[in-house]
Unconditional design. Structure first.
Length: 254
């Protein structure tokens, strides 16, 4: 899904708005952890890595999608930033970054962790994060609040729109809830040229809806402590039935 969607990802995300909202809290967490050497797991098109590098951090990014990594490298070049992007998925980061670890902090943002589809794979992923971190290193996770999603069966997300020249894009995201407990995550992409009709394409991938208590327990089991839960990347309190996001900070045990 993400290889095919990579060419549209930077149209789908309003990076100026997103980064201005998220970076103050992210940097507050990094400063508290005395973190300078950062790994962005599931980096996508690399915009968090690029922004952190511009602020003086030593930042690297990993993604399982070759298309995303190609766009991340182009974005870094366009920004005049030296950044290390590598093709690697969850569970393989320790090997892929053997020469760079330990990191002071790992970021796992944008609802990326729910792409790990079983409790066993989640445990392996968190253990891989721990391998990559120094003692007392920071892990910062941003998921959707699946406690609320699953309780209310929240299927639809806010549409996104982008215009460039005479072309227009619409991105419509929605869930299908499966009987096996997983979720089909669908992105309907609509495009049209000026004066033309709409063309459409649907991409689908699966998600494992990790709820707060399960994720906190998995972090404890993987060797993390000082676990703090928030409702967004602005440091808001977590409200199980209302928060849009589940944000967790944790430290690797010393």
């Amino acid at each position: 899904m993400y290889d095919s969607f990579s060419s549209n990802y930077d149209r789908f995300v309003n990076w100026s708005s997103r980064l201005s909202f998220e970076l103050p809290f992210i940097e507050e967490c990094l400063t508290a952890a005395e973190a300078v050497h950062i790994l962005d797991a599931a980096t996508g098109t690399g915009m968090h890595v690029i922004s952190l590098a511009q602020r003086g951090y030593r930042a690297s990014g990993a993604d399982l999608s070759a298309g995303m990594i190609e766009h991340a490298q182009r974005n870094a070049e366009a920004a005049g930033v030296q950044a290390n992007f590598r093709l690697a998925g969850f569970g393989d980061l320790g090997g892929a970054f053997y020469d760079e670890r330990p990191f002071d902090a790992i970021l796992c943002l944008g609802n990326s962790l729910p792409h790990v589809l079983t409790p066993a794979a989640l445990a392996t992923t968190l253990e891989d994060f721990a391998i990559c971190l120094r003692k007392t290193g920071l892990l910062l996770i941003q998921n959707r609040n699946f406690d609320a999603v699953m309780s209310d069966m929240q299927r639809w997300m806010e549409p996104q729109e982008y215009r460039e020249g005479g072309k227009e894009w619409m991105f419509i995201r929605f869930y299908d809830f499966r009987q096996d407990g997983l979720i089909d995550f669908n992105i309907l992409t609509l495009t049209r040229e000026a004066g033309g009709g709409w063309r459409q394409r649907v991409s689908t991938t699966q998600l494992y809806p990790q709820c707060k208590d399960e994720l906190v327990e998995a972090l404890n089991s993987a060797g993390f402590a000082d676990i703090t839960v928030y409702g967004g990347l602005n440091g808001a309190p977590f409200e199980k039935s209302r928060s849009g996001n589940l944000v967790i900070t944790a430290r690797k045990r010393g």
